[in-house]
Design a protein around this ligand. Structure first.
Ligand code: PLP
Length: 408
């Protein structure tokens, strides 16, 4: 694709395209319409005769926990099946840590300071939880194979205030990084000054492949148990981008001690999850093989969008020094790097041209990208045509920002 238009010509089109969040497209949500259509025939009785309309089963419907166990590769007793949002579970786990402490530990709120390591660029909503709960965020660089482990090991060994680290081990938001075996083993083994240190293991993109290579999330619970830290990891996942982003089921997997801890505190918060939705999901998703077939249909919708974005960027920005972007093998995001100091201005110019991007800096703690060079692009929701236009807007905006810079 040649640079067919100027920035001003593009702006004159008065487009309105939203690329801010990694939402599934309507066509993806349509893939699971049977969940709604089959609801009357699913009814309310579980396999074991549980009346799903009523209270109870705070850890989730047994067959839903079994499905979670199959999907996450852990025993069912170590899985909680919950409401629709894994982010909610992460929030609550951190809130419980602050209010009550982890199993056997002191409430974190009693400490002078609580800090978390935040590999960057990372997921803005992880950082928002820390900020809301008064947890200091320490940025560490994210490499293609996981966080910079030299830095992570040095920090956690020295500082007992560091209580955890955010990890999105597969197709990380927003860089698409895939944690290597070595990195995972080091996270499981590393000595930490805080005895109640936790890996917040957000396996959001466990089944969300974009290529024929189906990368697998490392089994962090086993790695931690083998390393003598059985309680270190809390694993989170959901079907938000498998079935419905606003009506799926979320899961937490962890050691027996952590599950008992969760039950104790969550049992105060709720009398039980939405088991009707869990039942519908169990009947619809059935097993891992069925879910993987569904994910192939998601991929058929998503992959052309990622390809179109990549092709547009290659055609329009391929010759610009200092500009690069990721081509993820899964997940929902592309990271684009501008030369230092140009991300904010590019987002501003793109917005003026009708394409709203995630605010520059959003993928960093406190929204501060120290080099002002990272853009998060979410190509899942807009149409293929809109993706191409958005790619064009980003390219034209970045080029204009660089021109302005050259003239200063
Ligand atoms: N974790 C990551 C890394 C995400 O990118 C997202 C959504 O974009 C979520 C969690 C949200 O998950 P849920 O819908 O289960 O709350």
């Amino acid at each position: 694709m040649a640079m067919t238009m100027t920035y001003d010509e593009f702006k004159a089109l008065h487009l309105s395209i939203d690329m801010t969040r990694g939402k599934p497209a309507a066509a993806q949500l349509d893939l699971s319409l049977d969940l709604i259509e089959a609801a009357p025939s699913v009814g309310y009785r579980s396999r074991d005769g549980i009346d799903c309309r009523n209270y109870g089963h705070v850890l989730g419907l047994p067959e839903s926990r079994e499905l979670g166990a199959q999907l996450l590769g852990v025993p069912a007793e170590q899985v909680v099946a919950a409401g629709n949002s894994s982010l909610e579970l992460m929030h609550d786990a951190l809130a419980f840590g602050m209010l009550h402490g982890m199993p056997g530990g002191e409430a974190w709120r009693r400490a002078n300071e609580v800090a978390f390591l935040c590999p960057v660029p990372g997921y803005d909503r992880h950082f928002a939880i820390c900020e809301a709960l008064g947890i200091r965020m320490i940025a560490v660089p994210m490499n293609d194979d996981g966080p910079d482990m030299e830095k992570v090991e040095a920090l956690v060994a020295a500082d007992p205030a560091i209580k955890g680290i955010w990890c999105t081990p597969l197709y990380s938001n927003p860089t698409g990084a895939i944690y290597s075996r070595g990195c995972v083993d080091r996270l499981a083994r590393m000595p930490t000054a805080a005895p109640d240190f936790r890996l917040f293991w957000d396996d959001a993109y466990r089944f969300h492949h974009l290529t024929d290579e189906r990368y697998a999330s490392p089994d962090i619970l086993t790695a931690c148990a083998r390393a003598g830290h059985p309680d270190r990891a809390l694993v989170f996942a959901s079907t938000s981008k498998v079935t419905f982003a606003g009506g799926g089921i979320a899961m937490l997997a962890a050691s027996p001690a952590n599950i008992a801890w969760w039950q104790r505190h969550n049992g105060v918060r709720t009398i039980g999850p939405d088991k009707l939705n869990q039942l519908r999901h169990v009947r619809y998703l059935r097993d891992r093989a069925t879910l993987e077939r569904l994910m192939e249909r998601h991929r058929a919708i998503l992959q052309p969008k990622f390809d179109a974005l990549d092709a547009t960027l290659r055609a329009l920005l391929g010759d610009v020094p200092g500009v690069s972007w990721t081509k993820p093998c899964g997940g929902y995001f592309v990271s684009l790097y501008t030369p230092d100091g140009y991300a904010k201005r590019t987002v501003e110019l793109a917005a003026q041209a009708g394409v709203v991007l995630t605010p520059a800096g959003a993928a960093f703690p406190y929204r501060l990208d120290p080099r002002d060079r990272h853009l998060r692009i979410a190509p899942s929701c807009p149409s293929l045509g809109e993706i191409e236009q958005a790619g064009q807007a980003i390219a034209l905006s970045l080029r204009k920002a660089l021109d302005e810079g050259a003239r200063r």
